[in-house]
Design a protein around this ligand. Structure first.
Ligand code: NAD
Ligand code: ZN
Length: 362
């Protein structure tokens, strides 16, 4: 299944399906990446043993010169240190301006390898080979970067890939909690833009949680299609793209308040979407959305109540620091219904407190 991210002369295809790595040379050639271009596969220590060979073998057989760099698995690798190590590898391997980076892994590898491609020799081409469900989100849209000790994603660049090729067979080995975390972003895409998709996710939760490849393909295609449409209309996040942050104003605050240890990103966003649905109801932008939101997320084993004793003051401070916020104003993405949202600025603190109170109730 193929769809396109429409960005003029920077448009690129997203290919989703089973057994795609065997065809990788053909997909690269369609993007004018031929054996004349040397390739650097960047991956992590958990993904390499499963899929390193599966990617390298067909490329080598097709005559490509390929090298592989492996970073330790985990968020800590999204760092300037690892970036610098990769630059060193790239120079030693003789990568030049026509070389291409292949990011084989989850969002950490996509962000890190994408940023490497954005800055190496002032920018070379790259390809996303996502291996986590969450990466259906992160591999599309061109946001790349690394973390700084003082803040997440503080160093980065917009750099669109040449191709996103999602082989759903890789999801077979993904740890269960990572799969569930990815479903939070799939559900987010449905809740912001596609009522039918939300209903479909409710109907097929069992089969999807069993990792049925054809249903996973369908879910990823539909999720990517929503992300791709939003990105095509607002590549640099001057407005519309902010709707992709549904659940994230509260979600990011929850992650930061717990040192990124208590919840996975998807789990925090799940609680955040429930909180923001409640907030929407309190502000009158929506009616009866939090019940369905809670039910749907719970079907996928995601948390839907705030059961950690965090102070409202701390959460409010963190929410004021959100990237969407300007001049200390609270900015939220709020539902208008199931499958539609709006961005709301200047939300009153007293209403946010009430939403947090209700979020703590079963
Ligand atoms: P991740 O890349 O760390 O992957 C999660 C874990 O699963 C890792 O330990 C990894 O080694 C392992 N893994 C990956 N694929 C596997 C597979 N197929 N089988 C077995 N194990 C596998 O995390 P993630 O959740 O994919 O991504 C999170 C990152 O994405 C964060 O850094 C976040 O900031 C970023 N992100 C970026 C964007 C964007 O637009 N660029 C959007 C959302 C999130
Ligand atoms: Zn997210």
């Amino acid at each position: 299944r193929t769809l396109e991210v429409a960005l003029g002369d920077r448009s690129y295809p997203i290919v989703v399906g089973s057994g795609l790595y065997a065809d990788l040379p053909r997909w690269l050639q369609q993007r004018h990446i031929t054996p004349a271009h040397s390739l650097l596969v960047v991956t992590d220590s958990s993904v390499a043993p499963h899929y390193g060979k599966r990617v390298l073998t067909p490329l080598e057989s097709a005559g490509y010169q390929v090298r592989m760099s492996v970073v330790p698995a985990g968020e800590a690798s999204k760092s300037l240190d690892q970036l610098s190590r990769l630059v060193e590898d790239a120079i030693r391997f003789g990568m030049d301006r026509d070389s291409v980076v292949l990011a084989l892994g989850g969002g950490v590898i996509g962000d890190l390898a994408g940023f490497l491609a954005a800055v190496y020799m002032r920018g070379i081409r790259f390809v996303q080979l996502p291996t986590t469900l969450l990466a259906h989100d992160s591999s599309v849209g061109g946001k790349t970067g690394v973390n700084h000790p003082l803040g997440k994603n503080m160093i980065g660049a917009f750099h669109q890939p040449e191709l996103v090729l999602f082989d759903v067979d890789t999801l077979a080995t993904l740890p269960g909690r990572e799969l569930v975390s990815g479903f939070a972003e799939v559900i987010k895409h449905a809740l912001i833009a596609d009522t039918d998709f939300a209903m479909w996710l409710e109907q097929h939760h069992e089969t999807l949680m069993r990792r049925d490849p054809s249903l996973l393909t369908e879910a990823i295609v539909r999720g990517c299609a929503i992300k791709a449409q939003v990105v095509a209309r607002d590549e640099r996040e001057s407005g519309l793209r902010a709707i992709l942050n549904y659940g994230h104003t509260i979600g990011h605050a929850l992650e930061a308040a717990t040192g990124y240890r208590r919840w996975t990103h998807g789990e925090a966003v799940a609680i955040g979407m429930v909180g923001e649905a409640i907030l929407g109801e309190l502000l009158g932008t929506a009616r009866d959305v939090s019940g369905f939101t809670r039910r749907l997320l719970a079907l996928y084993g995601l948390p839907v109540t705030l059961d950690e004793p965090l102070s409202d003051e701390e959460l409010l401070t963190l929410m004021r620091r959100d990237k969407k916020a300007r001049q200390g104003e609270y900015v939220f993405v709020l539902p208008k219904g199931i499958g539609t949202v709006e961005v709301k600025k200047g939300v009153e603190e007293r209403v946010i407190r009430e939403a947090l109170r209700r979020l703590k109730e079963e």
